[in-house]
Design a protein around this ligand. Structure first.
Ligand code: CP
Ligand code: NVA
Length: 313
């Protein structure tokens, strides 16, 4: 970990990611120790959540710690109280803060004024905990990461950016097909290209879903309109109409390809109705692995737990 916070996958090295995946896999199969007794995680969300909130709460409790959930109405981040003041006050009570914000900048301010670690539980820019848990799922299903190809079909959004960074740090090829104007780009694409050069991965950005998916080991998609973009929902339905993952598109992927989605899904939009129940779909394993991965993350960040690197290819 480069600093005290996990705001972006780029706060981690490829070695950190391997460590977390192995640690989580080990806890999942062999059990864990209550290393966080007496420690408290604040979960402060500006947007709704099912998986992230519950998986953090359960992870923390299983490790012997506890959580305090702060809903959007209770916190009034930047409205009832300034973000720096919230950061300084919470740092006096808790050992870490998991925050879900509309603006990534809010997270950066929170982190810079907190004396305790801040974990990005989703912002408009990234969703690092999702991407890390997804790599755990891919590792479980495929037995490796390096050399695999993940094809993302849809919006170059928070989930796509974190996956792109995590894949390129792990030597996994990342292809993304997005309509014009919705591609990943900017600084994080450059960062990912640097990682990919070092790890031997390839990054391909295209407008053609078929080009991305052909022969891929993993097909991944996410909602067309993310939280905070609700007013664009109808316009995005038109723009993304040709980007639905259906059985025809999936049939172009590799023979044993898995289908992934962070959930919540809009059946009939980014995924054809029923396809998330098809044999290759691993979406509920993904959801479960949020808890296992975050347990490893919390034990590492707050408990100083180290697990030796073994069996990783
Ligand atoms: N995948 C995910 O982050 O789900 P929630 O929005 O329900 O937390
Ligand atoms: N891109 C989605 C992910 C939800 C888990 C959103 O930000 O709403």
């Amino acid at each position: 970990m480069k600093g005290k916070d996990l705001l972006s996958v780029s706060d981690l090295s490829g070695g950190d990611i391997r460590h977390l995946i192995l640690d989580a896999a080990s806890m999942k199969t062999r059990g864990w120790l209550s290393v966080l007794g007496g420690k408290t995680l604040a979960i402060m969300f500006e947007k709704p959540s099912l998986r992230t909130r519950v998986s953090f709460e359960v992870a923390m409790r299983q490790l012997g710690g506890q959580t305090v959930y702060l809903s959007p109405a209770e916190v009034g981040l930047g409205e009832r109280e300034s973000v720096p003041d919230v950061a300084r006050v919470l740092s006096r009570y808790v050992e870490a803060i998991a925050a879900r914000t509309f603006s990534h900048q809010t997270l950066e301010v929170l982190a810079s004024y907190s004396s305790v670690p801040v974990i990005n539980a989703l912002s408009d820019v990234e969703h690092p905990c999702q991407a890390l848990a997804d790599l755990l799922t891919i590792y479980e299903k495929k037995g490796e990461l390096k050399g695999l190809t993940l094809a993302f079909v849809g919006d170059g959004n928070n989930v796509a950016r974190s996956l792109m960074l995590a894949a390129s740090l792990s030597g996994m090829n990342f292809r993304i097909a997005s309509p014009p104007g919705y591609a990943v780009g900017g600084r994080l694409l450059e960062v990912a290209r640097d990682y990919a050069r070092d790890s031997g991965a390839e990054i391909v950005c295209t407008e053609e879903p078929l080009q991305a998916v052909r022969g891929a080991d993993v097909v991944y998609t996410d909602v067309w309109a993310s939280m905070g973009q609700e007013t664009e929902t109808e316009a995005r339905r038109q723009v993304f109409a040709g980007y639905q993952v259906d059985s025809g598109l999936l049939s172009q992927a590799g023979a044993d390809a898995i289908l992934m989605h962070p959930l919540p899904a809009h059946h009939g939009e980014e995924v054809a109705v029923g396809i998330l129940n098809s044999p290759g779909s691993v979406v509920f394993d993904q959801a479960e692995n949020r808890m296992h991965l975050q347990k490893a993350l919390l034990a590492w960040m707050l408990g100083g737990l180290e697990v030796p690197l073994v069996d990783y290819r």
